[in-house]
Design a protein around this ligand. Sequence first.
Ligand code: IMP
Ligand code: MG
Length: 185
Amino acid sequence: MSATAPEQVAHRVGAESLRRVVFSEQEIAARVRTLGERIEAHYPDNEELMVLGLLKGSFIFMADLVRTIRRPLQLDFMVASSYGTGSVSSGEVRLLYDPDTSFRDQHLLIVEDIIDSGTTLRTLVPALRERGARSVEVCALLHKRLATLEPEVRWVGFDCPDEFVVGYGLDHAEDFRHLPFIGSL
Ligand code: IMP
Ligand code: MG
């Protein structure tokens, strides 16, 4: 699946804890371009698009994704936390930063790093729908396919194995976010 040798990964992160590369830098870049093209084609040219990234996990994905979308858009971020510092979902979603705008007349595209239990989006999407956006869609880089969301998210980068993955924005106890690829702990 990947061009990066495990020993090279171990060297670069200075940890024995990364088991393998799950999605390489090249695979991610190609997939992000495809997602950007599909998003660009989906929205009518003359209607406003607000791209809302869920921090911190989506920051690299968001930065790469918006640069592949060739149309006017606005962007903002929201901090919603369903995990503490561990790797097991706490089952509750806290909003730590909320831009608190109405999104009225805008198409709202939520950008998420990974869908695990689905708790974050199951809580957040209905709440954001209340704010009068023209449409609310989700683009998630990874989906573990453990959760069923209604409606299903429109754009998914990759189906992800049920492992704890890090890199490309995703962390474990705030570590590993800076890796250019996605690896498994
Ligand atoms: P959910 O609410 O259970 O779907 O989890 C969503 C959030 O949990 C994601 O936005 C991530 O921040 C975090 N998360 C879930 N699975 C992983 C993982 O495998 N690696 C890193 N973070 C994860
Ligand atoms: Mg997150």
